[in-house]
Design a binder for this molecule. Sequence first.
Ligand code: SF4
Length: 137
Amino acid sequence: MSKRGKNTANAVAIFNIDDLSTWQKYRKGLCDTCHATCCTLPVEVTVSDLVRMTLVNEFEAEGDLKAIAKRLQKARIIDNFNHKTAIFTLARMANDDCLYLDSKTRRCTIYHQRPETCRKHPQIGPKANYCPYRPRE
Ligand code: SF4
């Protein structure tokens, strides 16, 4: 979901970011049977997202973003920070799942506070209007 993707070869995600034939055109209801594969892609977020996610307070958000990045990297909540674009990338679990994905239900545990990137997927993403769909097991 920038979702900026990558080639993914683990057991869960069997799509290739560069090969549209491994993606499915989004249609209503597709998410109901999906393994939430979109929640295994790297998620880019802004400081506003981090405030909504209650990881950063509004006062801190006005300050040094590098200091925020350092704190959240230490806490393993973000993987990296691009100071030129002021974009943070959320960390993921070893199996590529988002930290906020419930591994059993495959639902977002912060749905109402989720980042803009997630709200806009799949209309905006690595393959606009396509999903890295994989059926639930
Ligand atoms: S924040 Fe929620 S919707 Fe966004 S990738 Fe993580 S689990 Fe999925």
